[in-house]
Design a protein around this ligand. Sequence first.
Ligand code: ADE
Length: 253
Amino acid sequence: MQFDVFTLLPEVFPSYLETSIIKRARERDLINVRVHNIRDYTHDKHHTTDDTPYGGGGGMVMKPEPVFEAIETVLGINPDPTQPEPTSNIPIILLTPQGRVFNQSIAQEFSQHPHIALVCGRYEGIDERIREHLVTDEISIGDYVLTGGELPALILIDAIARLLPDVLGDPTGAQDDSHATGLLEYPHYTRPPEFRGWKTPDILLTGDHAKIDRWRREQSLLRTFNKRPDMLEKVELNKQDRKFIESLKSKVG
Ligand code: ADE
């Protein structure tokens, strides 16, 4: 899968992209990440990428010309004067606190595309024409405001890449993840069986996989019930699950 990132701070990206699973995915050509400096698409002496807002007010606004030129050049979109808007089959995603809030199902949705572009906003805002006539989607990573879209872009790359075939060492690695199943994931234990007097639950040491699977499912349900009851409204539960949830509800009172 190809990721094209458009940013004014390209130096933010290498350290994360050169680490661990994402590094290996790149080395194995499972993903390719190109980071483009929007400033390279300016033509004035000072390489200006921002300007004061029309109408006054504080802060600076990202200018449209370098952002349009960077994206159109890299994605090979022709700015056809007979067409009102440039067209592209590649999702062009603006990272902004005004976007739809990112989650696992949006990560799944983007992982189906062979190529996506991520546009990192900076300054106080971006010229509205970028939002209206260039980007195809707007994504927020949560209801808080960062200084720019660079960390959100890395978050999308990470969440999407790990869903692609062969990126995780274990092919079933992403199946039981919290949120992938619509529930929070069950607890994990590894050696030693007892640490500072805290024991691994006996059932995990029995080797009885049917029982272990049921225990894990109930732990997932229990955690979700305690920490994220809102998720239980949306997930599909079987009869056994529903009985378990009812027993939790009757305990709570
Ligand atoms: N840029 C600034 N804040 C952001 C957020 N919460 N999500 C995505 N991009 C952002």
